[in-house]
Design a protein around this ligand. Structure first.
Ligand SMILES: *[C@@H]1O[C@H](CO)[C@@H](O)[C@H](O)[C@H]1NC(C)=O
Ligand SMILES: *[C@@H]1O[C@H](CO)[C@@H](O)[C@H](O)[C@H]1NC(C)=O
Length: 320
């Protein structure tokens, strides 16, 4: 009798491991467009220009009548939240992004600093009772018909956090062992990309694939994530992690690498070369907007005074 039980158990474990990514639907506007803002690396109780960025996000958000906000992670410095009771949630989020236009869903991933605290607290529905905008899931899909957004939990990919020489501790509950977790995330992502019928496919993670700032390219993502994005015709990869604004375009695919990680502390004074084409790099604070129709994407980066630092338009060739 032992064998059938073992087989059944393996079946259940396999089913649990290869679960589909949670999928949320978000309707686009009546005119077929979708508008949103992207900010990353922000939670410092308003300091380091976080409040100035928040104010300009409110103004641009109102002009564009945004549908939602994406946070690329490192939501609470320096060590995430201590638990669901941590007042940093209100002090760095609810009390900062107060503009009416920003009272939309915030689709949020975790960054490496979030993993240094109680990572599960940020995923808890309890926070949604405190502020209903907060939608933080490790990996998930937001489907808006003209665009699918695939959120990927990138922190566990980065090997150095598992053997951190600075002795930072990471909340790996539900993540350990790394190899299995990574394989499942990649498989789930690939399945979701295969199923996607949306004209625009946008992947969001905390860590950069390509970056010219302090942290540079993330080798683990170049190796494991990038081939999947290229194979499935992903248009845009959005990230934070490096505290700056960047637009880098791939030399051998249509992928655009966009860093919006400048929600608070910035100005690292580092710029390194990159194998792909650097279209724009800004070392200071700011955020990004994106407007999509089924035929066209327009993005813009803004500084702390709301000034447009860089913009880019792209028409989707018919047949995609
Ligand atoms: C805030 O932004 C201004 C304008 O970019 C910059 O000069 C200043 O250094 C920033 N402050 C901090 C603390 O980064
Ligand atoms: C990290 O912890 C190890 C073992 O406890 C210790 O030997 C080492 O000095 C620590 N490193 C730092 C940078 O604190």
């Amino acid at each position: 009798m032992a064998a059938p039980v073992a087989i059944l158990l393996v079946g259940i474990l396999f089913a649990a491991a290869a679960a589909e990514l949670p999928r949320l639907d978000h309707a686009h506007k009546g005119d077929g467009s979708l508008t949103l803002l992207v900010v990353g690396d922000w939670g410092r109780r308003g300091a380091f220009n976080q409040s100035m960025v928040a104010k300009q996000m409110g103004i641009v958000g109102e002009k564009m009548d945004i549908d939602f906000v994406i946070s690329t992670g490192d939501n609470f410095y320096n060590n995430g939240l201590t638990g669901v009771e941590d007042k940093a949630f209100e002090e760095s989020f609810s009390n900062i992004y107060t503009a009416k236009s920003l009272h939309k869903p915030w689709y949020t991933v975790l960054g490496n600093h979030d993993y240094r605290g109680d990572a599960l607290a940020q995923l808890s529905p309890v926070l949604r009772k405190v502020d209903s905008r907060w939608i933080c899931i490790k990996s998930f899909v937001v489907s808006a018909e003209i665009a699918d957004f695939f959120f990927v939990d990138t922190t566990p990919f980065v090997l150095k956090y598992w053997t951190d020489p600075k002795n930072n501790t990471y909340d790996w509950r539900g993540v350990y062992p790394r190899e299995t977790y990574m394989a499942n995330v990649l498989k789930d992502l690939e399945d979701a990309l295969k199923q996607s019928k949306a004209p625009w496919k946008i992947v969001v993670g905390h860590h950069a694939i390509r970056s010219v700032s302090e942290h540079g390219d993330t080798q683990e993502l170049l190796q494991h994530l990038l081939p999947i994005l290229k194979a499935h015709g992903v248009d845009i990869y959005l990230n934070g992690h490096d505290p700056c604004l960047e637009h880098i375009s791939s030399r051998d695919s249509k992928l655009q690498y966009l860093t919006s990680g400048a929600g608070s502390k910035a100005w690292r004074g580092v710029q390194t070369p990159n194998a792909d084409k650097v279209e724009f790099f800004y070392d200071g604070q700011g955020f990004m907007s994106l407007r999509l129709t089924s035929a066209e994407a327009s993005l813009a980066f803004y500084g702390v005074a709301g000034e447009v630092l860089h913009s880019w338009q792209h028409a989707k060739p018919s047949g995609y």
